[in-house]
Design a protein around this ligand. Structure first.
Ligand code: LMR
Length: 396
């Protein structure tokens, strides 16, 4: 029966971590998957997380199933962090999901089960898994322009032109709230207002992928896109994740939040989301959400989280700076100054596929095929090694 099953290609991002694990070069460096590493090269468990886990070990009463839509106080915190007091809370349906990918998959399922036929417009380029998630739920996809031809700046005119002239009313549009993955290139607040007014005028359904809150300019500052959309749209979907900002990658903690026109619609939406979840993974995992809720229920732990998040964000900015300066010092005139305008974990280096392959094959340095580098994985100590290798592949 299984004769004829062919081997699937490795995943564009996680497949590289598998290849990295098998690489025997002691000088290897993994700058592919978006995971923060501290100065010692570790992906640390935040101190606030450790404290919450200690509290949970002593006080958690059960490992029984969570409700289909997740833990209530966790859902309340998600709503506050993303929406603040911008909208009436009873208009927002929140469902806890296994990570941001789980949220996107539930969103795609919702489009398919409730809103089909509906197309989704996705930026060029985008996160390597976006298309696959929507394809899995049979949602047809179209591409809008995002990165300018110089591969360094935002193509506002191209994006506005595509959304204005090529979409149909009722289509969905996938937006990256901040720290665009893979480019790190974000619209300004004014540009978000322009984008939001086209989304509203064309009656597009915004789906906001919000995986990096706090990694751009701060927790509140990074809601700029969400606020621009909420000002002008009655309906919106937000897919969020605590993988990065709480460092809870493997605990799979995310949420889908859907804004509806009124509380009654929000109730119906919530019920449909629960139906989707039940036939998929039944109900979400408890631990990560319990950690997040424990931290956000406690003022001291919340402060500790804010401090630790600020430390991660500022260190990434410093690494960007150091990278740009070290590239300059190679003396080969490589100006990567444009990286300083990019936000979040990732930088779009402009390296082509051949150069990316050479970095891997000759130097055991792993970055994503699109040229995306995980700045959050760089280390101060190994910057010279990294920059020398990049200079080498650019020159060959
Ligand atoms: C990334 O883009 O590297 C992260 O979002 C992790 C992933 O699942 O791809």
């Amino acid at each position: 029966r299984f004769i004829g099953i062919t081997t699937a290609p490795p995943d564009a991002i996680l497949g590289l971590t598998e290849a990295f694990a098998a690489d025997t070069n002691p000088q290897k460096m993994n700058l592919s998957v978006g995971v923060y590493k501290d100065a010692s090269g570790q992906t640390p468990v935040l101190k606030c997380v450790k404290a919450a886990e200690k509290w949970l070990v002593e006080n958690e009463k059960t490992k029984g199933y969570l409700p289909i839509d997740g833990q209530a106080d966790y859902r309340r915190h998600v709503r506050n962090l993303i929406f603040g007091d911008c909208v009436e809370s009873d208009r927002v349906s929140v469902v806890q999901t296994p990570g941001g990918t789980g949220a996107l998959r539930v969103a795609a399922g919702f489009l398919n089960s409730q809103l089909a036929p509906i197309r989704v417009w996705i930026s060029t380029p985008t996160w390597a898994n976006h298309n696959a998630v929507f394809t899995s739920e049979h949602v047809p996809q179209e591409a809008y322009r995002y990165l300018a031809d110089d591969k360094k700046s935002f193509d506002l005119d191209g994006m506005i032109d595509d959304l204005t002239n090529n979409t149909r009313p009722g289509d969905a549009v996938l937006l990256h709230a901040c720290c665009h993955n893979p480019t790190g290139v974000d619209p300004t607040a004014e540009q978000w207002d322009q984008i939001a007014s086209v989304v509203a005028e064309k009656r597009l359904l915004p789906i906001i992928d919000f995986a990096y809150q706090g990694f751009g300019n701060g927790l509140a500052e990074d809601t700029v896109a969400v606020r621009a959309i909420l000002k002008v749209c009655d309906e919106a979907i937000v897919c969020s994740s605590f993988s990065k900002n709480f460092g809870l990658y493997s605990e799979r903690v995310g949420a889908i939040s859907i804004l509806s026109g009124d509380a009654e619609m929000a109730g119906a939406v919530q019920s449909q989301l629960k139906t989707l979840v039940r036939s998929n993974y039944s109900n979400p995992p408890r631990h990560g959400a319990a950690v997040v809720a424990t931290i956000l229920d406690d003022a001291d732990l919340t402060q500790m989280w804010h401090d630790e998040l600020t430390e991660m964000r500022t260190r990434i900015k410093r690494l960007r700076q150091q990278f740009v300066e070290t590239m300059k010092k190679t003396g080969k005139g490589h100006d990567f100054g444009f990286l300083l305008d990019q936000n979040g974990m990732f930088s779009f280096s402009g390296l082509n596929k051949m150069q990316v392959d050479e970095l891997k094959n000759k130097h055991s340095i792993y970055i994503v095929g699109s040229g995306r580098i995980n700045v959050a994985g760089m280390s101060e100590d190994r910057m010279d090694q990294l920059c020398a290798a990049i200079a080498d592949v650019i020159e060959n």
